[in-house]
Design a protein around this ligand. Sequence first.
Ligand SMILES: C[S@@+](CC[C@H](N)C(=O)[O-])C[C@H]1O[C@@H](n2cnc3c(N)ncnc32)[C@H](O)[C@@H]1O
Length: 203
Amino acid sequence: MTDAVDAQETLEAVLKDEIIRMYEDVAEKPQGEYHFYHGREAAELFGYEKNLLDRAPAGAVASFAGVGNPHLRSQLQPGETVVDLGSGAGLDSIIASWSVGPTGRVIGVDLNPTMCRKAQAHAAIAGTHMECREGRMEEIPIADGTADAVISNGVVNLSFRKRKVVQEVFRILKPGGRFAFTDIVSAKQLSQSIVNDPKLWAS
Ligand SMILES: C[S@@+](CC[C@H](N)C(=O)[O-])C[C@H]1O[C@@H](n2cnc3c(N)ncnc32)[C@H](O)[C@@H]1O
């Protein structure tokens, strides 16, 4: 193994620990201070319908940690199968499950099993169902050609291997499927001190 590959694997492991810590923190202590928008304030800012936020479990809304609103473009239809990459505390999966209805299916994917359990519990409180699979978006634990749509909210930017993530998304989509994601892009090169800071990368 080369030094560069070694270094990347070490950085990825550090980042994974930071991601697990950060999003569990938001889920456990949503009232805490974070340097990114979260909870109902963020969801309203991103144009989530108020009636959906009122209807969703308070815990899922308070722990929402997305960066935009993938539902504005996903055009989910009743009966569709949708995959939510990095499903977190479950708000996006719950909204997706209401859109695809009882004949549809929502599969969340999250690297953190604690977040998976939270999302499934929130979905049950919401009177709907989502299955959450523990796994990484770089190796999505879902068979080829499964999804009519993949949604994701503020998760692709967390990966060191974004090209691999996009390849994986295309692998699990059915022919003609859709990928609706919201994310963060910087128009200028970030300084190395920002790039190398796991706390900043994780958020
Ligand atoms: C920005 S939140 C997602 C917001 C979520 N859609 C919601 O409704 O609140 C990020 C989630 O992505 C998960 N995540 C981060 N990196 C991941 C990866 N490589 N593969 C899968 N999940 C990942 C984190 O564990 C966290 O739960």
